[in-house]
Design a protein around this ligand. Structure first.
Ligand SMILES: Cc1cc2nc3c(=O)[nH]c(=O)nc-3n(C[C@H](O)[C@H](O)[C@H](O)COP(=O)(O)OP(=O)(O)OC[C@H]3O[C@@H](n4cnc5c(N)ncnc54)[C@H](O)[C@@H]3O)c2cc1C
Length: 377
């Protein structure tokens, strides 16, 4: 059996979460090794829409998203990545949604975010292709769109540049008390191990009770290039209900202008369908929903459609912290569902502070793995 030189932290999974954690640990002076079964960013990270969005409906998720956005902006590569400062328009279809949006507006402003309300005429001026019968929109100016795989790849490049190791096509077989074991039998000795394998985390979960994580399928479609077709990330206000509900299947309108000029359309959520193949009936529902908000969208050619899986927890919050019932040096960071591209940097910050025995910038309790104590006992 081969034994690899010791590192301070060995990380399982090179998605955006594993790479953000590796990057933060490397910057803090720790010796880090990342092991990725495929290519960096090939999992949920490659499938995601890349909306970096300060969703505020759950206070804990909001705190993590705000911290994450601050950290993304402080990242040395931020100025160099493919991204657009689109802001988000949360679209109200009904008077009830319009009223709810005003409570949301107050919350966002209370947290210091730049947000305002657009009446229907102002909305039409900002996005002339939107349907004329909408009840207005809440504009959040600081949100952005980015390209998920690039986020992961650049974070990984930063790890390598600082002397860390990033091993692709290197599956991990199991966590060990003193590190981990690769699928080829090699033992890696590490002071700490972090399980950040997204939807595959349950397979390596060392505790006896199962990790409460379910893959939640999502589908997206991207059009050909129409620069200027829309200017903002557009999301229907009903999206939050769809994201936080536990319906077996739902669709909510979400559209983004990409740097390329393409329009990225989302999205669906499904627990019931665990097949990687596209569900074309659901895709058609998604496109019909998009036509409700962008009546002319059917004139654009759809170039590519794909499906991916979000790692979803029972309460919709990620799981960040020590593995309950495991050894003190075994950690987990997963379960980011549909927000992991946004919240990867905040996750890394919380995890690293816990590992170093420091107080995290935000309360870590809402993400503690031990909150599923019954399930994990
Ligand atoms: C359709 C869709 C739309 C989304 N839109 C957005 C969005 O707009 N904004 C947003 O913030 N988030 C979005 N997300 C969510 C976001 O993509 C995920 O939350 C995030 O990518 C999760 O990152 P991760 O690193 O935890 O998981 P992954 O990216 O899945 O990374 C886990 C990695 O672990 C590797 N791995 C697994 N097993 C092993 C093993 N045994 N050994 C070594 N490596 C292993 C996998 O190959 C994989 O690369 C979306 C997701 C989907 C599916």
């Amino acid at each position: 059996m081969t034994v690899q030189a010791a590192v301070d932290v060995a990380i399982v999974g090179g998605g955006v979460v594993g790479c953000a954690c590796a990057h933060a640990a490397t910057q803090a002076g720790l010796r880090v090794a990342v092991f990725e079964a495929q290519r960096i960013g090939a999992g949920a990270t490659a499938a995601g829409m890349g909306h970096l969005v300060t969703i505020d409906d759950d206070p804990a998720e909001f705190a993590l998203a705000c911290l994450s956005m601050r950290l993304w902006r402080a990242w040395s590569d931020w100025g160099a990545i493919e991204r657009r400062a689109t802001g988000t328009l949360w679209l109200a279809e009904t008077v009830a949604q319009r009223e709810a949006a005003h409570a949301k507006l107050a919350r966002l402003r209370g947290a210091g975010l730049d947000a305002d309300w657009l009446e229907p005429d102002a909305l039409h001026a900002a996005e002339p292709r939107l349907a004329r019968d909408l009840a207005g929109a809440l504009r959040v100016s600081g949100d952005e769109v980015a390209y998920g795989p690039e986020l992961a790849a650049r974070l990984a490049a930063g790890v390598r540049a600082a002397g860390g190791r990033v091993a692709e096509m290197t599956p991990v077989a199991s966590l060990r008390d003193d590190g981990l074991q690769l699928a080829d039998g090699t033992r890696v000795v590490a002071g700490h191990v972090l399980l950040a394998a997204g939807c595959d985390s349950p397979r390596l979960w060392p505790a006896r009770a199962p990790l409460p994580l379910r893959p939640r399928k999502g589908q997206l479609a991207i059009t050909d290039r129409h620069p200027g077709y829309i200017a903002h990330a557009l999301v229907e206000l009903g999206y939050i209900d769809a994201a936080h509900g536990d319906a077996d299947e739902s669709v909510a309108f979400n559209a983004q202008p990409r740097v390329s000029g393409q329009v990225l359309l989302g999205s669906s959520r499904s627990f019931a369908d665990t097949r990687p193949a596209l569900d074309t009936a659901l895709l058609a529902r998604m496109v019909r929903r998009a036509q409700r908000f962008l009546p002319d969208i059917g004139q654009l050619q759809m170039l590519r459609c794909w499906a991916g899986f979000r790692p979803a927890t029972p309460d919709g919050r990620p799981i960040i912290g020590r593995i309950p019932g495991g050894r003190d040096n075994q950690w987990v960071a997963t379960g980011h569902e549909g927000l992991g591209l946004t919240t990867a940097t905040g996750t890394a910050s919380v995890w690293l502070d816990l590992l170093r025995g420091r107080a995290p910038a935000i309360d870590p309790a809402p993400y503690a793995p031990s909150r599923f104590a019954q399930a994990l006992a």
